[in-house]
Write a protein that binds this ligand. Structure first.
Ligand code: ADP
Ligand code: MG
Length: 152
């Protein structure tokens, strides 16, 4: 587990960009935290760091937004408005977790059992005006990646 403390959206984006610099193909990252905690801000820093220079908005209404960069296909999900996990079946959710693409998911708890487990769980918490961000490696690849992250 790694703990960060951030005082601004810019600092959160910087932390996300550092994680992006050690990411491996096919990795799944869950972003957990209350509304306004900074999940989309984190995703923006992450996706921009991988080479996407345009806007990164919350895909609340379309559920998933894709980004193609030189290195990776990235899928950014926001399951906030998902009322039934079965909707994920209907959209062919399994096809997104293809072992090559990077998947970032906001509100993964709404997808429940229909989602594969993450490699890394990112938890964002309010700490007064500021935020605390925790990285918890889940898979073996997640553990290796976090070990590398500690050294950069
Ligand atoms: P979520 O996706 O979790 O609902 P957003 O990233 O959309 O949250 O919004 C976070 C809001 O909080 C933004 O308006 C951002 O500017 C603000 N904010 C203030 N401090 C921070 C911080 N340390 N990290 C991230 N966002 C912050
Ligand atoms: Mg969001």
């Amino acid at each position: 587990m790694i703990n960060h403390f951030t005082e601004s959206a810019e600092q959160t984006e910087l932390i996300a960009s550092k994680l992006a610099s050690v990411i491996k193909k096919g990795m799944i990252i869950h972003l957990q935290g209350d509304l306004g905690a900074g999940k989309t801000t984190f995703a923006r820093g992450f996706i921009n760091a991988l080479g996407h220079s345009g806007a990164v908005k919350s895909p609340t209404y379309n559920i998933v937004q894709s980004y193609q960069t030189d290195q990776f296909m990235i899928y950014h999900f926001d399951l906030y408005r998902l009322s039934d996990p079965e909707e994920l079946e209907a959209m062919g959710i399994r096809d997104y977790f293809d072992g090559d693409s990077i998947c970032l998911l906001e509100w993964p708890e709404n997808g429940k059992s229909l989602l594969p487990p993450p490699d890394i769980l990112v938890n964002l918490d309010y700490e007064n005006e500021n935020r605390q961000i925790k990285f918890e490696p889940i898979s073996e690849l997640g553990h290796k990646t976090i070990d590398i992250y500690r050294e950069i």
